[in-house]
Design a protein around this ligand. Structure first.
Ligand code: ADP
Ligand code: MG
Length: 720
């Protein structure tokens, strides 16, 4: 099994994707095909090795066959160019986010666009002049010249396609419609059809390019180099991919952090707006963890790298966005299928209109003209493009606001859900525990904090971290052996030869350690040594500022909101009360497997789907089981990013409401576009057949519908 990635060039036709996919899949060697129209990438899974040149020739043949002029390049070829040509310097104050660094080779596209744009302009000018020339023959010559300038490539493409036996695409429709108009002497109309078709195409292309740009903006999270500090102090520029764990890198003012790590020298403020959509500067100091993709807006810092590039936040985000388009929403699948049937049916009907009625009234040229109107209006391009464009705009907008949606299909599902389940710690609460009190058992001569700290030495749990980060006692790593973390319960280890347990009531029960009753509204962590209770640590966590608001907003949408937690009853109920949750919707003292069972139970009751929101700690299975899993807060957490369908990059639970609202807007715009486009087309077709609509009206209606659909989709991106 090998994977190959390519950059696609000159592919403008969104509804050719299915055909290309099918064509590639029909090759024995290709197992899986993923084409991303928006990022212009092609990913293939091959079942055996093949000579690179032969492979690319095969692929290019398939591309050129379906969209003449399109081809692919190996991804690396373009990556190298990028590094040579572009610098990685950004201006913090200027917020030069629009400056796209990653050039996917659109230059070539723009080049051809420019030529055809000039031809279009010249052709249109000649077309306008033709109105002032009364001498019929000259007028017609002039119009033919205008036609050639504007439409030669459409005609050329359609002939090329007919030769290959796949006609019935938009090029073909436009060609026969215009040739037909010439045949019945409507020269002006013929040229006008072409001009407007080309203008429509131009705007669609621009819309696609715009959304491509907003994705590229996201992709520009990636740094082109890292300043690696070698052991002799020399600093060299290397690709982020070449940096190893524990290497030291330097990030200067205005540079993006290339890899995840920890600050070991200096302090600064970061612009994390690329990651979270949050524009406030973010202060970091010695020992602070930093994420790749953040922009250094202050002084120089040194970072010890903690993850390889392939594992780092930026790479994960980019992979997520690139894969988003591969998970096609139902609406998009439907419309590409629809277009496949629609065009032949319309062409068939047009032929019937041209042939049957004249048998009765003998007026061939009139019915021929009406059939042409039918053809002009039938072009399905607006729909085929606007639906993926709408989803893409929504996903692009969401990523700007710090919500990464892994695919259009999830956006579709979110729109329908009726239940949201929140995890407590780290999701509704900050997960930043504070040690309130340390209790030592009677007649025990032990330092409870020291023992607890030894137990939590390796823990990544928010509770474990706060205990192990306490600076008052120093623990030697050598004294610790046999560390085990028991999800939802706590940790066990051996410290200086003594077995130690640190965790909740359930952990103590597991080890048959008897514990006293402690009445409190805090989180209680029991500490045991040599299987005997020696004390407890009482911790408290704070609610997030917008948890209450988030719950209220969701309730206002008639969504049933639940809270699940592994924490104790007292806390669960008091927090639930504070944020306005129904007592019956709160479940506590749950182990990770209990959470999964509860979600299944709630899923069975829910009619239209359940969202689970967690921080990825101890709840990856829950994220997977829910209809939609949303991970928040821990942008560095691998499991969260992998198990979730949506990742919320900042800490606000109210983003869930924003996400649901967005999914509703997305649906509304889709419905508008579809109903409007099909409606107008149906009306004009009927009017055309009845002889009421002229070819002119058909032209304007077609272009108008396409433009409105595209504008409608881009409305989402503009909303702010
Ligand atoms: P929540 O469901 O609130 O997000 P978790 O499932 O992560 O909580 O943990 C549930 C409970 O398990 C915690 O409240 C704590 O009592 C206990 N626990 C889990 N991990 C640890 C640990 N490393 N140290 C101590 N207690 C832990
Ligand atoms: Mg949790």
């Amino acid at each position: 099994m090998t994977n190959k990635s390519f950059i696609i060039k000159n592919l403008h036709c969104a509804n050719c994707l299915n055909k290309i996919e099918a064509k590639l899949l029909s090759m024995n060697i290709i197992e899986k095909v993923e084409i991303n129209f928006y990022t212009s990438t092609l990913n293939l899974e091959l079942n055996s090795e093949l000579d690179e040149d032969i492979l690319i020739t095969m692929i290019n043949k398939a591309f050129d066959n379906i969209e003449p002029g399109s081809f692919v390049l190996y991804k690396e070829e373009t990556t190298d160019n990028k590094i040579q040509k572009k610098s990685d310097h950004k201006d913090c104050h200027g917020h030069d986010h629009d400056h796209t660094e990653i050039n996917h080779g659109h230059n070539h596209d723009h080049g051809t666009n420019k030529v055809s744009l000039i031809l279009l302009a010249v052709g249109s000018l000649i077309f306008a002049i033709s109105f002032f020339i009364d001498f019929v023959l000259l007028n017609r010559y002039i119009l033919i010249i205008a036609y050639i300038l504007v439409g030669y490539d459409i005609v050329f493409k359609s002939f090329k396609n007919i030769k290959r036996g796949n006609f019935l695409d938009e090029n073909f429709l436009m060609t026969i419609a215009t040739f037909g108009a010439f045949a019945i002497g409507d020269f002006s109309e013929a040229v006008a059809v072409m001009i407007f078709y080309k203008i429509g195409e131009y705007f669609q292309e621009r819309a696609v390019n715009n959304s491509k740009k907003s994705i590229e903006k996201l992709l520009s999270l990636k740094s082109i180099y890292a300043n690696l500090k070698k052991s002799d102090g020399e600093i060299i520029k290397v690709k982020p991919e070449e940096v190893k764990i524990n290497d030291i890198i330097i990030v200067k003012n205005g540079e993006k952090i290339p890899l995840d790590g920890k600050i070991i020298l200096g302090s600064t403020s970061l612009d994390v707006s690329f990651l979270t959509g949050e524009s406030l500067p973010y202060e970091v100091e010695l020992e602070s963890p930093v994420l790749s993709g953040s922009l250094n807006c202050g002084s120089i810092i040194e970072i010890r790298v903690e993850k390889l590039y392939s594992e780092s936040t930026v790479n994960k985000i980019i992979a997520m966005v690139q894969n988003a388009a591969a998970k096609k929403p139902i609406a998009e699948k439907f419309i590409t299928k629809f277009a496949q049937f629609y065009t032949p049916i319309v062409v068939g009907l047009a032929i019937l209109v041209a042939l049957i009625p004249p048998i009765f009234d003998g007026n061939f040229s009139q019915w021929f003209g009406r059939a042409l109107i039918f053809l002009v209006i039938s072009c399905p391009c607006a729909l085929v493009l606007s639906i993926p464009l709408t989803f893409f705009s929504s996903i692009g907008y969401a990523s700007k606001r710090g919500m990464l949606i892994k695919g259009g299909n999830y956006l579709e599902k979110i729109e329908k859900i009726d239940t949201v389940i929140f995890d407590k710690t780290g999701t509704l609460t900050k997960g930043k525990f504070k040690i309130d009190k340390i209790i030592t058992a009677d007649n025990v001569n032990e330092n409870v904090l020291e023992v607890a700290k030894a137990g939590e030495f390796y823990s990544n749990h928010p509770i474990g971290k706060i205990i192990s980060n306490d600076p008052t006692i120093i623990i030697k790593e050598n004294d610790i052996k046999d560390y085990t973390e028991i999800p939802g319960k706590g940790v066990t280890t051996t410290y200086k030869g003594n077995p130690i347990q640190v965790g909740n009531k359930k952990l103590m029960e597991t080890f048959n350690i008897s514990i006293p009753v402690i009445e409190t509204y805090q989180t209680i962590i029991y500490v045991a040594k040599n299987n005997t209770f020696i004390g407890a640590i009482l911790l408290s966590d704070e609610l997030k500022d917008d948890s209450s608001r988030a719950i209220n907003l969701l309730k206002s949408l008639n969504i049933n909101v639940f809270m699940l937690t592994g924490d104790n009853k007292n806390i669960a109920l008091s927090i639930g009360k504070e944020i306005g949750l129904d007592k019956n919707n709160i479940y506590f003292e749950l182990l990770p497997q209990d959470k999964v069972a509860k979600i299944q139970e709630i899923k069975n009751i829910s009619k239209t789907g359940v969202v689970f929101v967690g921080d990825g700690i101890n709840d990856a299975p829950a994220l997977t089981l829910a209809d939609i899993g949303i991970a928040m807060g821990k942008i560095g957490s691998d499991i969260a990013i992998e198990a979730a369908d949506v990742v919320i990059m900042n800490d606000e639970p109210s983003k869930i409401y924003e996400l649901i609202s967005l999914s509703k807007t997305n649906k509304k715009i889709l419905t508008q576009s579809i109903v409007f486009a099909l409606g107008v087309k149906a009306i004009v077709m009927i009017l055309g057949v009845l002889g009421i609509a002229s070819l002119w009206l058909a032209i304007f209606a077609d272009v108008g519908v396409a433009l409105l659909a595209v504008l409608n989709a881009s409305k989402i991106l503009k909303k702010s």
